[in-house]
Design a protein around this ligand. Structure first.
Ligand code: GTQ
Length: 349
């Protein structure tokens, strides 16, 4: 707009400014959009293209000095903000043989999906979980955790954290443990015996997160295999399961929903969109995902992200398995989460 009215308005805006006030009508359309208008872009990180760069970090800095030796996966639409989506952080963490990533804790919750190697561990509140390819491990808000590599090969995993969510609320607290590695005070497997054997103690654990913090791939894969054989794949998602808190059946973490899905041979999924921008990491197999205008051809260990409300569909020739995570847990608990399947209707359902 130009002319006398614009000039009068601009003058008025200048006089509002020192009072730390601004006119809503200039920004309302950007604040309250008819449907999600994200800066998050579809993006894919092909492991074969980035692996050598990640390993190079091993020559430049130790796990001890770095505290966590991680390359952050920055969404191309959110560069410099350490986010893979508007609400979530992701990175690839490298730990070399014999190294320890020192014990600390923070209010941010974390998940790990093991991408390469075996024989590393994450210790959570004194109990060690071994890390093999495809294993999924959580370190809930406030739990002490350190990582170590007891093998003779590098180990790499995908980290997912709710850092942007905790930042939104300005609720970050963190501290280093006095010891580099916390005492491993509980025998491995104790938590599975207590919470993951179809039994539960009569008194529930106090936290919101799953007390089971390790979900080994061998067990997950076996379940998918059995479910894949009865032919009940969803038209959009194949056979998609959530990692669950055995105490309440909710998501394993209160802020991050995590999933595993199997596409049977020849699966060609229908289009779907949902308000939770989703990070996928390939556990097994090869395929393609169409995400809006982009098509990603993916293979084992690749990571890709599909933004909120961006139409997506998956297809494979041979069987494939994808791990994924999103903020759906938060959106559902706030009554915000929506999804739509092809054919897409309108913006308001
Ligand atoms: O392993 O505790 O990728 O604190 C970022 C922050 C990993 C971790 C990350 C962290 C960690």
């Amino acid at each position: 707009m130009t002319g006398p009215t614009a000039a009068r308005r601009n003058d008025y805006y200048r006089r509002l400014d020192p009072h730390a006030m601004a006119p809503l009508w200039e920004v309302l359309g950007d604040l309250v959009t008819p449907s999600p208008a994200s800066r998050c872009r579809p993006a894919c990180w092909r492991y074969a293209e980035i692996r050598s760069l990640l390993l190079e970090s091993g020559d430049l800095i130790s796990a001890r000095e770095a505290e966590r030796r991680v390359l952050v996966l920055e969404n191309p639409g959110l560069r410099g903000e350490s986010r893979i989506t508007t609400s979530l952080y992701a990175g690839l963490q490298l730990i070399l043989p014999g190294e320890i990533a020192p014990a600390h804790r923070h209010t941010q919750a974390a998940l790990r999906f093991v991408v390469e190697g075996e024989g590393a561990y994450t210790a959570v509140d004194g109990e060690k979980a071994v890390m093999r390819e495809g294993d999924f491990i959580i370190t809930p808000s406030g739990t002490w955790h350190d990582h170590g590599n007891e093998s003779d090969r590098p180990v790499v995993w995908l980290d997912g954290l709710d850092i942007p969510i905790v930042s939104l609320f300005d609720a970050s607290f963190a501290e280093r443990h006095p010891d580099e590695a916390q005492a491993h005070s509980r025998p491995s497997g104790e938590t599975v015996a207590r919470y993951g054997s179809g039994l539960l103690p009569l008194e529930s654990p106090s936290g919101r997160a799953s007390p089971i913090f390790s979900f080994p791939y061998a067990k997950t894969r076996d379940a998918l295999d059995r479910l894949g054989k009865n032919g009940t794949a969803d038209a959009c998602h194949g056979i998609r399961m959530k990692y669950a808190n055995p105490v309440d059946g909710g998501y394993a973490l209160p802020t991050i929903a995590t999933f595993i899905q199997l596409f049977p041979r020849g699966f060609a999924g229908a289009l779907h969109r949902s308000t939770d921008a989703t990070v996928f990491c390939v556990a097994e197999g090869e395929g393609r995902t169409v995400a809006g205008e982009e098509t990603f051809a993916w293979g084992p260990r690749d990571t890709f992200v599909v933004p909120s409300w961006c139409p997506r569909r998956h297809e494979v020739e041979e069987e494939a398995v994808l791990f994924s995570f999103s903020d759906r847990a938060v959106q559902e608990s706030l009554g915000l989460w929506r999804e739509e399947r092809e054919p897409f209707g309108g913006t308001w359902t």
